[in-house]
Design a protein around this ligand. Sequence first.
Ligand code: 3PG
Ligand code: MG
Length: 402
Amino acid sequence: MELLHLKKLDIANKKVFIRCDFNVPMDEFGNIADDRRIRSAIATINYCLDLDCAVILASHLGRPKGEVVEKYSLAPVARRLQQLLKRHVALAKDVVGEDAMQKAKDLPRHEVLLLENLRFEPGETKDDAELSKKLASMAEFYINDAFGVSHRAHASVHGITKFFDNEHKAAGFLLEREIQYFSKLMNNPVRPFAAIIGGSKVSGKLEALVNLLPRVDKVFIGGGMAFTFLKQMGYEIGASLVEDDLLEEAQNIMDEAKRLGVKFYLPVDVIAAEKFSEDAVSKIVTVQEIPQKWMGLDIGPATVRLYREALNDVQTVWNGPMGVYEMEKFARGSSKIAHFVADTYATTVVGGGDTADLVKRVGVDEDISFISTGGGASLELLEGKVLPGVQPLMVETTDKKD
Ligand code: 3PG
Ligand code: MG
């Protein structure tokens, strides 16, 4: 199977609808805190403009739950887009209301129109066919470049694809790159291949772990989820985060890793603290010596050295922080790991969300081979799922010799 390519569409001089993921983080002043998702969409937009298209852009922002909520307006996104594209971007007052429909209809070639937040429409998250149809009616071509939301069967991502045949829809360049990176990793990795899996809960990463085990050579566990494994192994984990209902699953994963010959690494020491707080008293302890009522909030220096040793020159996929990186005191483990995966010559792919935020904070984002723009979406790819926004854009591979 392969994706429908944007470059194969005959879009010159036509009207195109591009679904983007401009769901960017905002600071307390309403400024865009990180515009990576907007910058990542520019290539596709410029490609269409260079072919003299009229370009309609659509995105969600936050979760306004089907109502018009001022603070989720895409106005700041329109302004940033305008700067990045160096051209005027019109913002419609609504999504499929009178203003948007009229502006879309009248949109001349070379002009860019951004619709208001798709989630102001209750039908968006319900994959409503009426809404899909109205959105589809705006343009002759549909392009999905919204990787970050392609795991959602929403009207502008999924339903809308039914209104375009294979000659009139495709994946944008960002979506294509995301899918290519992950499918190469999952189906044809360079060996040795390792997964670093962190985050607070085993439950959030269980399916990904199960799917990754048969594909990787090594697994490195960090974050709160490590304690469920450590407890199952018989360690006293104090007041550390644990999912008691998943102890058996944790055992199954370790058994499966052993059966498959996958090297399974757990922290050997942690930064333990008296309470979950930046000002907590903390100390470095081995996992054998976590004091009662204390909680492990980061991996310790011995674990960092161990992981560095075992990750040397290994192709790596990383999803989930090693500790509570939002608190400086417990960010060191994640930061150290970020530094040496960035330094390695081997390919490193970072799943979006927290881990992307983390490598950016550490300042090594430029040295990571690929940072996904999707958190939930990239996790679903690691889980082996086909995304509902991607599936309608897949076709049987055509014979290359033709
Ligand atoms: C994200 O940031 O995770 C995507 O934009 C999808 O948003 P959602 O999680 O609110 O569906
Ligand atoms: Mg999300």
